[in-house]
Design a protein around this ligand. Sequence first.
Ligand code: BDR
Ligand code: CA
Length: 331
Amino acid sequence: MSAIPVIIDTDPGLGKPGSDIDDGLAIALALRSPELEVLALTIVNGNVDAITGTDVARRLRERLGHPDLPIVLGATEPLVRDMAPVRALFDAVLKDDEQIEDPSEDRLGPTTDEDAAAYLVRAAAERPGEIVVIAIGPMTNLALAIQADAAFATNVGELVLMAGSATTYAQNITVVGDFNAYVDPEALDIVLRSGAKITMVGLDQTSRVMLTRADANLMRASSDEFSQWAADCTDAWINFLGRAFPSRPEHKDACFLHDPLVIAAVINRNLCTWQDANVQAETVSELARGLVVANRGLALEPAGPKNAVVAVDTDVDGFRRLFLERIGATD
Ligand code: BDR
Ligand code: CA
């Protein structure tokens, strides 16, 4: 079978202190998987600002041996929401000793002047029905692409989203919201209403897959240079999470592999169990900001057109085998 052409829309922070490492690990998994042909990384504001995310992506492509991979700069802010309080939350916990990359180095920019929305629109139009966009950050770039050209929704083969939660509340940045939906709910709403073929892997599934300090030790012991470096980043991120969320026992020795599960689910659809759903994002209530409701036909749920396929179960062991083997945690 030929490789699936994918664009990864991402907010990567791997290597930057106090930034979630999971996008970077997801990118590594994708670039090391022959089932996927990664056409580009489009960068969006999220875990880090988009300029920093672009710099992270440029360094990652070198570390992972893909020096020609296009890195495309996208949205620097959510469509309407203020990013400053989110940024302040993470900055408050940062310590200087967790710097992995040298902060004095010049930041590397995008490899093209074209912005992410324009790139997405053009790439999808050039290969109608073929390209899968895997969106593992806030959905701002996708919404801007749809706003720029509604045909993007039908030209793109599929949008695979890391957002929301299908079977229970998401519960990471708030009690009901996952980070990606919370940062830009209006963008997610536009995507969900676009008519595109949508697949959603939510936080209810991605919170079941963890990377532990023991996994990091395996990565460090391998002969794979990327894996060794990523092990140090993993320890730094787990240390950070322990400080940021002292009441959450899962962060004492582990972090979540949210975004890698979404990549893995495209590599092998059988890693998740899927159901059709009507998925909607809350955009009015500040109290419920980030809430995503996936109506799957349970009793008394309001009927609505099915606009997405959602993950409702995960083969956790199967995912771990795939991830650890490709990331280099086994020699
Ligand atoms: C999502 O937000 C970020 O913390 C992760 O990178 C993931 O994409 C989970 O809510
Ligand atoms: Ca992400």
